[in-house]
Write a protein that binds this ligand. Structure first.
Ligand code: ZN
Length: 100
């Protein structure tokens, strides 16, 4: 059981914490580049934003492919230029997935 004073201090503490942590990434690791995926041992799951077609890439192979074409490796830069093999549209969502 807490008294009034303790409860108040507890509330203030929570407020300070939420200010210092603006973004909560629940169960999601912050990954900026394809190389980050490769380094952490993830594959890349690429979902077409047009038709939902999903393809899996080995992150190391994808990083190689992109650097060979002199493309950026930042995930947010790669996403809009991915072209779907199924519907031919550009734009996709890249997510890290465990390697098979
Ligand atoms: Zn598609």
């Amino acid at each position: 059981m807490r008294n009034r004073k303790d409860a108040h201090e507890g509330d203030r503490h929570v407020d300070e914490c939420s200010l210092s942590v603006p973004v909560r990434l629940m169960g999601r690791i912050k990954l900026d580049t394809i190389t980050d995926l490769a380094r952490r041992g993830y594959d890349a799951k690429i979902t077409c934003s047009g038709c939902g077609h999903v393809s899996h890439w080995n992150a190391i192979e994808l990083a190689d492919e992109l650097s060979r074409r002199r493309k950026p490796l930042r995930i947010e830069a790669v996403e809009p230029m991915m072209r779907c093999r199924a519907c031919g549209k550009r734009g996709a969502v890249i997510q890290p997935v465990e390697q098979f």
